[in-house]
Design a protein around this ligand. Sequence first.
Ligand SMILES: [Zn+2]
Length: 373
Amino acid sequence: MVKCQVVMDAMERLAPKKLAEDWDNPGLLVGSPSQEVNKVLVCLDVRDDVIDRAVEGGYDMIVSHHPLIFRSMKKIRTDLPDGRKLARLLKHDIAVFAAHTNLDIARGGVNDVLAERCGLGELQPFDTTGEEKLVKLAVYVPRDYADAVRDAIFSAGAGHIGNYSECSFNVDGKGTFKPLEGTHPFIGTEGTREAVDEVRIETIFPSMLQGKVVRELVKAHPYEEPAYDLYPLANKGAVYSLGRIGSVEAPVTLDVFAARVKEGLGADSIRVVRAGERLIKKAALCSGSGAEFIEKAAFMGCDVYITGDVRYHDAQRAVELGIHVVDAGHFPTEQPVVPVVAGYLRDELGKVRGGKDVEVAADDMLKDFFSFM
Ligand SMILES: [Zn+2]
C-alpha cells in the first residue's frame, strides 16, 4: 500500500505538470493525496465501463490520459453522465489522476510511443511548446566529502550535457567560517574562525530538478549549513514539443507506410489522404487530435503527417499542400501509451516502501467509440 501522493509523484517524474498546455487540467482531479492506494488502473478515458471495472476489481486509483473534469463545473447532477461518474467514484473512494498534454509532450509519453509503433526513428521535436531552463550549481564541500556530494547530486539528475553524464568542474580552495552561539558545527568550535580545505564543485541541471538536487546535496553534505549558489543560465536547454518528426529507414510508398501504421497501432481501420505519388522518408505525427498542424508538417518538409480527427477541409488542405495524411484515429494513436504508463508505474512503485504490493493494471479491454461497418 502507498499513499496516493506516491503515485502522483511517480507520474510527475514521467510527465511533469508544468509541461501541460495552459488550457489543460492535469493532476489529481478526484480524491486526496493522503488516501491509501493498493490497486491502480491506467486508462485513456474515465468511462462508465472503466469505473465498473475499478469498482468490481477493488481499484482505489484511476490514472487516465484524458481529464475527467475538463471545464469548470457549476453543478454535479447525478442524473447526467459527469455527475453520475463523480458520485460513483466518490462513493467507492476511487481517486482519479490525469496526465494529458503533459504526457503528450513528455519524453517517453504518448507521442514517443506512437512514433515507435509507427516505426519512426531519429526523432526530433515538432511543435515546440517550451524549453528546459538550466541552472548552474556551485557547492563548497570539505575535500573528503566531495565524492559523496558529487554522487548525490549526479544521482539526483545533475551533470548531464548532451550525451555526457556526471559533468562537473572542481577547484580546490579554502573555506572560512565562525560557528556562532547555539550551533553544532561539524568542524571547529563555537566562537572561533575556522579555515577548511574545500572543493568548489560546479555542475548543471534542468530547473525542474532543483528541489531534488538541493535536497540530495543537503543530505550528503556534512555541514549544518551547506553553502551553495544557484545561477539561472541563458544556455539553451532541451526543447519540449507536441508531436514528433521522424524518419523511416528507406523511402516507401504511402500504401506501404499506411499499412505499417495500421498494423503497428492495431487499428481496425485508418483513413488515408493521398497527395500524389510522393514517397515517404520523413514523417510528422501528433497523437489524438492534431489536424491543426498539417500545414506546419508540410512546411517542415514532411512527406506524411499522422494524427487523428482529420476533417474534410483538413484533407483538402493537405492535398493542396502536397503532404499525405494518415488519420489513424484519436483512440488508436493514444491507446498504446496506456500499457507503457502502467509498466512505468509498476517499476517506479516497486522501488518505494510498500509499493511492491501495489497492483497496476492497464485497461486494455477498452475499444474505440467508433466502429466500422
Ligand atoms: Zn486525446
